[in-house]
Write a protein that binds this ligand. Structure first.
Ligand SMILES: [Cu+2]
Length: 207
């Protein structure tokens, strides 16, 4: 009995010492995202909002959307409100990056290298980026107004860590859904342990 009990005590001692008090009951939400065909979906975005009120967010540092081989990299960028983004061009051709999206309308006129000033994304939502010269170039910037978010990997898994116990609404987005076609938010309760959620999105092909 004693030998089984002592390691537990040590485990809890280490956990409490290493973690701020407010995070003591934080857990993770694992989301498994598939498309219409049931296969794992890459680059789906999961945002967790408190059921009541808003949680403060901090701007992120050193975010870059580059252009190389006439493509944006990454294609989907997930940032918090207030984050500045730079758009370095590593191609020898010039690009002309723009967005007509209401959350961030801009134009970086025909340029090579790195434009002088980064752009600040100060409203939540999704901005669709294109290039005036190369029609096939497309990228998306998802701006989160919650500190709890994740993007799915190629295996369809997204993991939101450090979520305090409580009630939340989970929102999901994917570029293949088209504007305004996101599924309704889902109620999620986070307790002491990690939670799991499976979502099947009406996405039939990569955009
Ligand atoms: Cu271009």
């Amino acid at each position: 009995m004693i030998s089984a009990f002592c390691p537990t005590l040590r485990f809890w001692g280490a956990t409490v010492l290493a973690t701020p008090l407010a995070m003591a009951h934080a857990a993770a939400l694992n989301i498994n995202v598939t498309g219409s065909d049931g296969k794992p979906l890459l680059d789906a975005v999961a945002l967790l909002d408190p059921a009541v009120g808003k949680a403060p967010v901090k701007a992120m540092a050193d975010v870059e959307i580059s252009q190389a081989k006439r493509q944006f990299n990454p294609r989907v960028t997930l940032i918090t409100v207030g984050t500045k983004v730079t758009f370095p061009n590593f191609d020898t051709v010039r690009h002309h990056v723009y967005s007509f999206s209401p959350i961030k309308t801009f134009e970086l006129k025909l340029y090579a290298g790195v434009p002088n000033a980064p752009l600040t994304f100060d409203k939540p939502g999704v901005a669709v980026l294109g290039c005036n010269i190369h029609d096939t170039m497309a990228a998306w910037v998802v701006v989160a107004d919650s500190p709890w978010f994740a993007r799915s990997a190629a295996n369809g898994q997204a993991r939101i860590e450090g979520v305090p116990a409580g009630n939340y609404r989970l929102r999901l987005w994917h570029a293949g859904l088209g504007l305004g076609a996101e599924p309704a938010a889902v109620a999620i309760t986070i307790g002491a342990g990690d939670a799991e959620h499976h979502a099947r999105l009406a996405v039939s092909a990569e955009p």
